[in-house]
Every structure is written in C-alpha cells, then in structure tokens.
Design a protein around this ligand. Structure first.
Ligand SMILES: [Zn+2]
Length: 135
C-alpha cells in the first residue's frame, strides 16, 4: 500500500522520497520546503542538514535536530504564500503553517522561510537559508 506523503502529496514514493534519497533535486523553493517538512515528519535528519547550510558544527546540529524530532510529531503542512522560487528564479520565500503535537499539546508553527540556490547560480540546488520575520 502506498504511504501518503507527510507534506500532503498522495504518495510518499512519488512525492518527497526521491528528494530524500538524493535521486531528484527540488525544482522550486516550495518543493524544497515541502520535502524539508516531510523530512521533519519522518526523521530524515541528513536531508535536513544538507539542505540548510550553517556555520555551526555538523555534529552539534545533528544532535539538536535529533533531540527536537523526538519531542514533536508533525501532523500537517499548509502552504500560505509563495513568492518567486520558481524554476527560473534564484531566490524565493514560502510562508507556511505547520501543525504539530508536542507534550500532548497541539500547536501551529508559522514561518516565512527564505530559500536561495546554491552559489546564487541559476542551476544551483535549492537551499533553505533562514526564517524571516512574519509581517
Ligand atoms: Zn511530499
């Protein structure tokens, strides 16, 4: 039986799994956002690390991610707004609401994420750069 994708796609196998496996690259910022959400939901820590550059030591980032993944169960993703981030863009933003359960409490995390292509090259892979202040 096909497993639905945590990001809302019908089938994980044809939605975010090929990105998590490194078989495909995200073609848009929204696709990278969705695949990162699915990675949070499924505990794909390495995918989260490789799609978000950071000067922090990798081992420390990995430990922090693993700790947070154990405390939160991600239940549903809503994409609220997308600016640029298309196949011909090098930057873009995605505003979303991510619904979760933590310590038996339901919650919603809202964020406007900024994405950019690696090296700002038109054919660079999409990366998650930072969270922007929500207006
Ligand atoms: Zn997906």
């Amino acid at each position: 039986m096909e497993q639905p994708c945590p990001c809302g796609g019908l089938s994980y196998g044809s939605c975010c799994s090929p990105l998590h496996r490194g078989l495909l690259q995200a073609t848009t910022a929204e696709q990278l956002m969705r695949s990162r959400y699915a990675a949070y939901a499924l505990g794909e820590v390495e995918y989260l690390l490789t799609t978000h550059p950071s000067p922090e030591p990798l081992a420390r980032r990995r430990r922090a991610l693993q700790a947070s993944l154990m405390q939160v169960r991600w239940r549903r993703l809503e994409i609220l707004e997308v600016t640029a981030g298309g196949p011909d863009d090098t930057t873009g933003t995605v505003t979303f609401a991510a619904h979760y359960v933590a310590a038996d409490q339901i919650g919603v995390m809202r964020e406007c994420s900024r994405f950019g292509r690696e090296g700002q090259c038109p054919d660079g892979r999409w990366l998650y750069l930072e969270a922007l202040e929500l207006s």
